[in-house]
Design a protein around this ligand. Sequence first.
Ligand SMILES: [Zn+2]
Length: 152
Amino acid sequence: MAEEKGRRSYLLSVLGCRCPRCREGKLFQYGVSANLKKNMTMNETCPLCGQATEIEVGFYYGTSYVSYVLTIALSVASLIAWWIIIGLSVNDNRFFYWLGFNAILLIVLQPWLMRLSRSVWISWFVRYDPQWKEHKPVDVSERINKDQGTNW
Ligand SMILES: [Zn+2]
């Protein structure tokens, strides 16, 4: 019963950058940071259930598509918010001020967006296992080449 209570939903697990298999362990070693190298340092395996975070060579290449979609969605949301709060008109430069605002917003959010993209991406390939304590994670050692690690 206590275990039932502590269970994270899919959405909270992805937003919190948690391991998709146990939804508990952290994917990243450090908190969100402006130091991009530190920001993107992942645990090699989930500290709790042992799930590998890089499940094949170049696994995270696909995150660029996720990041692209997230960026477009954020831009649309910020445009709508700008339209409602400040307004848009063809008679002045408010649209261009929004462009500047949006560019700064996206740059500031970039470290978080990069992490979120990886979290979303791995959540599509690794299944949630509520009984992760009893099962072992899938062995991916033959799909991994240590020399090519983090090589994307
Ligand atoms: Zn885990």
